[in-house]
Design a protein around this ligand. Structure first.
Ligand code: NAD
Length: 492
């Protein structure tokens, strides 16, 4: 099956609570496929009372799961991986249907999530605690403990990958996990919850609660939820961080981004033009690691021409997916027009792109390249979240780094060059949390953890890797003396 199938029926998306599918009773909203522009599902939000009832069941489940030996917990994670790989095609169909990704991107996103799951599988071998004789006859020990009930709130653009950044580690260390998927892409949660069920996860260890702002607020205010991971836009990330920490929770909230690529004239033509084109058009530019600002240093004209040629060859529906909503498309079209009015030159215009056959009602925008954009203008500084590349021209690397430093975000920054000295200077001086050298999408692979800086992240630490283990658990310290020590020590 190589194309995204638009179902004839409208699916009803429910909550997964205590091992049962039950509908929420809050506001109902429609789920519109970016491919067809038609309603393919409906979902009801979870009320504060429903959040409370679900968290109570999760808290009961957490007691048994937290005491289950880590090797037994990991055996469930192993089976979960098998089910996900078996169901990859089916899951990818749902991810694409509701998020607008191509099927290849949907599969790649899920597989990136599986990498985090594979990291979590190593918990059983690595996370052995520690013990030391700190004084004669006195031993200090630490034990890793789960927190109890924790929650994850995730965005539309990676319906499976971002939740998979959180749940394998959070569940692997022994917590019960409450997942609030995006209200725009809630359908994927069913396949993932079913995979956990089939893998043998006890009822209540995973809860899925659908909804938007009110459901999120009920989660943030709930006294039994100890930690919240959030991924989404910066304004929401900031408010989730503030509300959650005010309620005494541990919160890590990842926000939006405006990722610059510094292009040096000595960069390899093919590697740079391919890497930059793929970065700004992949997932139709709807990813927090997409390059959206190209800072051209000196005369790199030939490489820019190649980027334009490669982008022209991209066909929507085949190589690039659709935008999440018509509203999002209109916002991007308005931003392109505004940049044009401000003096930018539209070198490639995706506004009039023809819809692919069979998907005429979808939310399409072709790759768009805006040249000679003014630094600090909307196109250069704001996250547009679409396949739009803004090109700013400067004379020196210092000027390029200055522009990078003035961006409010700090998720990723890349440089394309053949000079090791230039690459090292960018790695040292750029403010972003994830740096690429001749890489357009510098997502660290496990076991390196994922996370940006500044307005791209609120809270400390990272969301994956060993930082994720620290975030979703705590270390209990135990100091022990059994035999009366023959000599004096600091304890007596
Ligand atoms: P969003 O902020 O609109 O939504 C994220 C989550 O918050 C969803 O579950 C949504 O239902 C909920 N939500 C929405 N409005 C809310 C409100 N007012 N109060 C409480 N909860 C609310 O983000 P989105 O549009 O779904 O996702 C795109 C954004 O996510 C982009 O800005 C992108 O850069 C960012 N993102 C960041 C990362 C990262 O790792 N830094 C990864 C993926 C996406």
């Amino acid at each position: 099956m190589n194309s995204v199938q638009i179902p004839k029926d409208v699916r009803v998306v429910e909550n997964w609570v205590g091992g049962r599918w039950v509908a929420g009773s809050g506001n109902e909203s429609g789920i519109v496929s970016p491919y067809s522009g038609t309603r393919v599902g409906t979902v009801r939000a979870s009320t504060a009372a429903e959040v409370d009832a679900a968290v109570k069941l999760a808290a009961q489940a957490a007691q048994g799961w937290g005491k289950t030996p880590v090797k037994e917990r990991c055996s469930v994670l192993f089976r979960f991986r098998e089910v996900l790989l078996r169901d990859l095609e089916k899951l990818a169909q749902t991810i694409s249907l509701e998020s607008g990704k191509t099927l290849a991107e949907a599969k790649a996103g899920l597989m990136k999530g599986v990498e985090v799951l594979e990291f979590a599988l190593s918990l059983q071998n690595l996370d052995v605690g520690g013990r030391m004789e700190v004084s004669r006859g006195v031993f200090c020990e630490y034990r890793r403990e789960s927190l109890g009930v924790v929650a994850g709130i995730t965005p539309f653009n990676f319906p499976a990958m971002v939740p998979m950044w959180m749940m394998p580690i959070a569940i692997g260390v022994g917590n019960a996990f409450v997942w609030k998927p995006s209200d725009k892409t809630p359908m994927t949660s069913r396949g993932i919850a079913e995979a956990w069920r089939e893998a043998g996860l006890p009822d209540g260890v995973l809860t899925v609660l659908q909804g938007g702002r009110e459901t999120v607020e009920a989660v943030l205010d709930h006294p039994e939820i100890r930690a919240v991971g959030f991924v989404g836009s910066t304004p929401v990330a900031r408010s989730v961080y503030e509300r959650g920490t005010r309620a005494g929770k541990r919160v890590l909230a990842l926000g939006g981004a405006k990722n610059p690529i510094i292009l040096m004239p000595d960069a390899d033509l093919e590697m740079a033009s391919r890497g930059i084109t793929d970065s700004f058009t992949g997932c139709a530019g709807q990813r927090c690691m997409a390059a959206s600002l190209l800072i051209l240093v000196g005369d790199a004209e030939a490489i820019l021409d190649q980027i334009i040629e490669k982008s022209k060859a991209i066909q929507v529906g085949r190589d690039m997916g659709a935008l999440i909503s018509l509203e999002s498309r209109d916002r991007l079209v308005a931003a392109i027009s505004r940049a044009e009015k401000d003096g930018a030159q539209v070198r490639l215009d995706g506004r009039g792109v023809a819809a692919p056959q069979g998907y005429e009602g979808g939310h399409w925008l072709g790759p768009t390249i805006l040249d000679r954009v003014k630094p600090c203008s909307q196109a250069a500084c704001d996250e547009l979240f679409g396949p739009v590349l803004s090109v700013v021209r400067v004379a020196t690397l210092s000027e390029a780094l200055q522009i990078e430093a003035e961006l409010p975000y700090g998720n990723a920054a890349s440089v394309f060059t053949s000079s090791g000295a230039v690459a090292e200077r960018v790695a040292q001086e750029a403010r972003a949390g994830m740096i690429g050298v001749n890489i357009g999408v510098p997502v660290p692979r496990e076991p390196f953890s994922f996370g940006g800086f500044y307005d791209s992240k609120f809270g400390s630490g990272d969301i994956t890797g060993s930082a994720g283990v620290e975030f979703w658990s705590e270390k209990k310290k135990i100091t022990v003396k059994w035999a009366a020590a023959s000599d004096k020590n600091w304890m007596n």
